[in-house]
Each structure stands twice: as structure tokens, then as C-alpha cells.
Ligand binder design. Sequence first.
Ligand code: FAD
Length: 280
Amino acid sequence: MIPINFEYHRPTSITEAVETFQQLQLDGKGPLYFNGGTEIITLLRVNQFYTNTRAVIDIKAIPECCYTGFEDDHYIIGASIPLAQIETMGTFPLLGKNCSRIADHTSRMKITLGGNICGKIKYREAVLPLLLTDSELTIAGPSGQRHVPIHQVFDQHMNLEQGEFIVQIRIPKLFLDVPFTSKKQTKIDRISYSLLTVSAIKTEQQIRFAFSGLCNFPFRSQEMEKALNQCQLSVEERITEAIALLPSPILNDLHGSAAYRTFVLRNTLEETIAELEGES
Ligand SMILES: Cc1cc2nc3c(=O)[nH]c(=O)nc-3n(C[C@H](O)[C@H](O)[C@H](O)COP(=O)(O)OP(=O)(O)OC[C@H]3O[C@@H](n4cnc5c(N)ncnc54)[C@H](O)[C@@H]3O)c2cc1C
């Protein structure tokens, strides 16, 4: 049971959503944009994070949020597209693969791309392909709409201004079919939270790497990438250098100790490098 009552709004345009947010904010209702609702409902039930929420604004009836298609040099995915749909679309195989390993199929029919990358949960595995491909976000809010490189607004977690929401994700077309690999390791079951997820793509210059389940937040680190791409060194030396450059301590929790994660990280990086360095 959800212990509080809250209002439910379902605007059909971006302008209406933003205006509704502003009004509800003025009314002291602590509004939240609502997408798949899986995290909001789960956390409301257990009285965590969203305890001041008295109104939600469902963005799934806004056409732009449900759009997929090509525009100029970008492939566009609306923020309300469910992970299960991305998995079957096949246009961006790396993102499809990461989405296919998040939760079970029934949950993936509800969980949206926007909800995964904006959620409170520390894994947010769908963000890894977006960081690797220097994707952009279309963000709407009280000051209008803007396209922003993801690196400008995502640092450990999404940093949006009050009243803003993500309308669309814009992936540069040139990265849609580059060689990639993505490996999710879990403690026991195939469907579970990540012990470690390493996603990587090969561009003309180098291999790019992004991680989830390793630290308290998902990330891509250019310093680690530099270390891992030093082809004059042995793979083992590169990995040792990269591990010394991690942006925060390795997680040590029920899914695995920090020592075990380090062991799995070494093996996963070795496999990733072997696979992608062999790719032309
Ligand atoms: C059974 C289960 C297993 C799971 N396993 C994994 C896993 O292995 N890996 C993983 O990464 N995640 C996992 N999750 C977490 C899951 O990804 C989150 O529940 C999901 O990300 C929330 O998405 P949603 O669309 O339901 O978002 P909502 O619950 O609607 O919203 C979540 C948060 O994001 C905000 N938000 C949503 N959309 C937008 C937007 N467009 N713009 C701005 N803010 C927005 C909301 O305001 C809210 O704060 C699992 C969840 C379940 C239920």
C-alpha cells in the first residue's frame, strides 16, 4: 500500500507539463515527473526519497517523449520509450543489450529510458551506452527547450534544474554500429543487480569504457580510458594503471566484496580488450 495520497496529472504537451509542474510547485505539492513509475511507486511504498511528493506528472502522453526516429545526424529515442521496446528495435544494439539485462521482461515493459537514467538507483545501466557515444539530451523546462551533451548534465547522476525533464535522447548516428561489447556480471542469477557491468565501444582512435556496479554510481572515465589504451604496455599493466585511477572506492556490499569485484573487473577488462583490439 502507498501510505500517502497524491494527485496524478497527464499532460499532452511539453508546455502543459512544464506549466503544471510550476503550478504544483507553487501549491507546495513537491511534484515529480512520472514515467514508468516503477521506482516512484516502489520508493513511495517504503517511504524513501519521495516522501514529500503529493503530485506526479505523467509524461507518457506527450508525443515527443514517445517518438523514435532519425533527425539529421542523430537517432532519437523519446524518454518514455520502455526498455523492452529498445531491446527489440535493434537500431542501437549496444543500448538494446544493456536494456535487455535490466530487471525482468515484465518490468522492462514499464521501465523507461528516461526513468532509468534519472532514477535514484546506483546502477542506471542504460546510461553507459549514452556516455560512450557522447549522446545529447533534449531537456525541457521553465526556460524552454535545449539540446545538451550528456557529459554536461550527467556526472554520477543526472543534474537537472528544478522543473526540467528529459524529452528525448539523441545518439550520434556514426556510433550506432561501431564494434562494441557489454558484459554484465551478477552474483548468481542472470536477472539481478549488477556486480559489475563493463560496456565498451571501439572508435577509430581507441576503445572507450563505461562502468556500472563498480562504484556508487555509473561512470565513464577518460583518465582510465587513456591508461587502458596504452598499447605499448602489457594488458595487465594497463589494467593495473586504470584501477589506480578509479573515481571512487570500489563497492563492497552483499553482491560482492571490493576484492572480488576487483578480480572480476580485471578479468572482464582483459576479455573486453582482447575482443575489441581484435576488431578492425
Ligand atoms: C524488478 C526490478 C529490477 C531492476 N533491476 C535493475 C538493474 O538490474 N539495473 C538497473 O540499472 N536498474 C534496475 N532497476 C531499476 C529500474 O531501472 C528503475 O526502477 C527505473 O530506472 C525507473 O524507471 P521508470 O521509468 O519506472 O521511472 P520512474 O519511477 O517514473 O521515475 C524514476 C525517477 O526518474 C525521474 N524521471 C523519470 N523520467 C524522467 C524524465 N524524462 N526526465 C526527468 N526525470 C525523470 C522521476 O521523477 C523519478 O525521480 C530495476 C527495477 C525493478 C523494478
